[in-house]
Design a protein around this ligand. Structure first.
Ligand SMILES: C[S@@+](CC[C@H](N)C(=O)[O-])C[C@H]1O[C@@H](n2cnc3c(N)ncnc32)[C@H](O)[C@@H]1O
Length: 273
């Protein structure tokens, strides 16, 4: 078997808010040079797999997601073996969905996560109040559940990388002057109130957005390069006014209602020029 080429690695999960479509725009804002790369809201990792930095710390608060990254990194052949056994069938999907992931081995748990992501509606990740995955079966012609070549390439790309389950503010303990931190948090909703106590469907309210802005300011004071994506809303322009803000237009497919898909303004904030 030839060595997998990490340069060919593409995200192995579909993830809401994935940055794939606006990568060319983001490229314009990346710093020219940096030491270590940090991505504290890694999600599907579109930016990481595009940049493929030599050294990086990837993190996210989603335990299931990070467990999957670590199995792709450390046990890719066993993972492929399990994933190849999964089939695209409605009844089978609901049986796998009903499993308690905490009772599975790490490899079976990661295979279940990738399977549900490939076969479920729109590649969404959503759990109910009990933490049970509740995305319905997706209608596809012939979805590719197991892309073994890509999983091997992802495993090679992740080999030198540290992947952690952690909340975003812990990046302050790891990042050093000269490093680059890219933040892609859950966005502030464009409609509705940007009220600090308002309940947010994505569980990431304005108190978290403020905490994130404080982390961004601390990194700036420490000479650490930081970049943030978020929605183009007045609060962002006001709160990040001491930094460089660039507005970009992007097409997003996160909305299941086709009519409401479309152009949502996004911004890129950087603490360097
Ligand atoms: C918009 S998505 C990131 C998209 C990603 N960059 C991509 O390309 O697919 C936001 C991510 O933030 C994570 N998240 C939510 N709250 C968090 C927190 N407090 N700390 C770290 N990650 C968090 C979610 O699990 C989700 O994966």
């Amino acid at each position: 078997m030839t060595e997998p080429d990490s340069a060919l690695a593409k995200p192995f999960l579909k993830w809401a808010g994935g940055k794939r479509q606006i990568l060319p725009e983001l490229h314009k804002s990346f710093p020219v040079e940096f030491e270590q790369f940090h991505e504290p809201f890694v999600g599907g990792g579109a930016v990481f797999f595009n940049l493929l930095p030599r050294t990086a710390v990837l993190s996210d608060a989603n335990k299931e997601l990070i467990g999957t990254y670590n199995v792709v990194k450390n046990k890719v052949e066993a993972l492929i073996g399990k994933l190849e056994k999964h089939i695209y069938d409605k009844e089978y999907f609901y049986r796998i969905r009903a499993q308690d992931p905490t009772e599975l081995s790490p490899v079976a748990r990661a295979a279940r996560m990738i399977y549900l992501n490939r076969a479920g509606f729109n590649g969404l990740y959503r759990v109910n109040s009990k933490g049970q995955f509740n995305v319905p079966f997706g209608r596809y012609k012939n979805p590719r559940i197991c892309n073994a070549a890509n999983l091997r390439a992802c495993s090679a790309a992740l080999a030198p990388i540290d992947v952690k389950c952690a909340s975003f503010e812990t990046v302050l303990r790891r990042a050093k002057p000269g490093d680059f931190v890219y933040f892609d948090p859950p966005y502030i909703p464009v409609s509705g109130t940007a009220n600090f106590t308002a309940y947010q469907k994505n569980g990431f309210g304005m108190a978290n957005q403020e905490k994130l802005a404080e982390v961004f300011d601390k990194l700036t004071d420490q000479g650490i390069q930081a970049m943030l994506s978020n929605a183009d809303v007045p609060w962002i322009h006001e709160r990040y006014r001491r930094h460089a803000i660039r507005v970009i237009k992007a097409r997003r497919n996160v909305n299941s209602n086709a009519e409401r898909r479309g152009h949502v303004g996004e911004v890129v904030v950087t603490n360097y020029r």
